[in-house]
Design a protein around this ligand. Structure first.
Ligand code: SIN
Ligand code: MN
Length: 200
């Protein structure tokens, strides 16, 4: 376990041991049985390459109407509760923060990526976002609090946890690509990213 700091991003490399990663994947599968992955459309009508679901009081939704948090899955079903190991992770890494209200579940297949963006649909940007990587490695790009300028990238591996607070909470970030076959955690490959957020 090592902690790297890139700008204001705090990267806890190798934070979760293999058994904790496997247990978390089982918890996430149970969540997805209740709230299946959907492939969101952007307000501009483009399909995102990432598939999404959520756990907690709120899930993040994108469709023709815009980006927002909703207290129900698009099917009308309630979101499942945030798995306890993730609540513990939050308490351990950001003990002063309010309790998380959303665990966004992002599923990347071998060709999925996520463009540079800010997380700014939450009401209280003083609260951190915590990101957990599971499965194949992904190239994470970190930018600035305003669009443009130099960026820095790092490969996130299964078990890594990134804390985004301070400047990093408002900084642009995204995933350029995943490295297929780099992890054996998920039998069919791919990557799961979990982000814990305070929404209201
Ligand atoms: C996100 O910004 O919501 C996801 C980041 C990641 O997949 O690591
Ligand atoms: Mn984000």
């Amino acid at each position: 376990m090592t902690i790297l700091r890139v700008r204001d991003f705090e990267i806890h490399s190798g934070y979760l041991p293999a058994d904790a990663q496997s247990a978390l994947v089982d918890e996430i599968r149970a969540c997805l049985a209740q709230a299946p992955l959907v492939r969101p459309t952007t307000p501009r009508g483009k399909q995102m390459s990432v598939r999404m679901s959520a756990a907690g009081d709120y899930g993040w939704i994108s469709d023709a109407t815009g980006y927002r948090y909703e207290d129900r899955h698009p099917s009308g079903a309630a979101w499942p509760p945030i798995p306890e190991p993730l609540l513990k992770l939050w308490r351990d890494l950001v003990p002063g923060a309010r309790a998380p209200q959303c665990c966004l579940i992002n599923w990347y297949d071998e060709s999925a990526k996520m463009g540079l963006h800010q997380d700014k649909d939450e009401a209280d940007l003083t609260q951190p976002v915590l990101s957990v990587s599971l499965g194949d490695d992904a190239l994470f790009r970190m930018g600035n609090v305003t669009r443009g300028g130099k960026t820095e990238s790092i490969w996130l591996c299964s078990g890594d946890v990134v804390v985004m607070q301070g400047e990093a909470r408002r900084a642009y970030h995204g995933i350029d690509r995943v490295r297929p076959g780099s992890s054996t955690l998920l039998p069919k490959g791919g990557r799961i990213n979990l982000t814990l957020r305070v929404v209201t």
